[in-house]
Design a protein around this ligand. Structure first.
Ligand SMILES: [Zn+2]
Length: 150
């Protein structure tokens, strides 16, 4: 894989901590994969505690704006820094990939196997008006990560 020319943007720590403080539905991971944390971008290991919470990944008003269900570790966690590759929690799943312009209007979308995520991100960012990409778990709808140009 080429060097990433884009940046994965997981849920930000302040938002994640606010969601933790607000409760959520607790689960203990009993399968891997199965409980993908959207802060550290790893699936929880068996026995780790996660919370199911609602998160709206949009940062501005948009007709597409909505909350989706996401898991986060019950305890604060951090993404693996500088791995240089896409996390397995993304590449192992069927994904819905949605490209938005600067006004948060959807300009393209695709249903893919996670193994095609890198190529799909690059293809969407070949379109100059594409400002941001949202990746969702295609089956259950969970927002997975936002992608921005580096
Ligand atoms: Zn985590």
């Amino acid at each position: 894989m080429d060097t990433l020319t884009y940046t994965l943007v997981p849920i930000d720590p302040q938002t994640a901590d606010a969601l933790r403080a607000g409760g959520g539905v607790p689960y203990t991971a009993d399968s891997v994969p199965g409980y993908p944390c959207r802060q550290c971008l790893r699936d929880a290991a068996i026995g780790e505690e996660v919370l199911l919470v609602a998160h709206d990944p949009f940062t501005m008003d948009s007709p597409y704006r909505s909350s989706s269900p996401i898991f986060i570790h019950r305890d604060p966690c951090t993404p693996d820094a500088g791995a240089g590759v896409l996390p397995e929690q993304l590449t192992c799943r069927k994904l819905s990939v949605r490209s938005f312009d600067l006004k948060a209007m959807m300009i393209d979308a695709s249903l893919i196997d996670g193994s095609d995520l890198d190529a799909t991100i690059r293809r969407f960012f070949d379109e100059p008006t594409s400002a941001r990409i949202h990746v969702h778990n295609a089956v259950r709808g969970c927002w997975a990560v936002t992608v921005e140009r580096s």
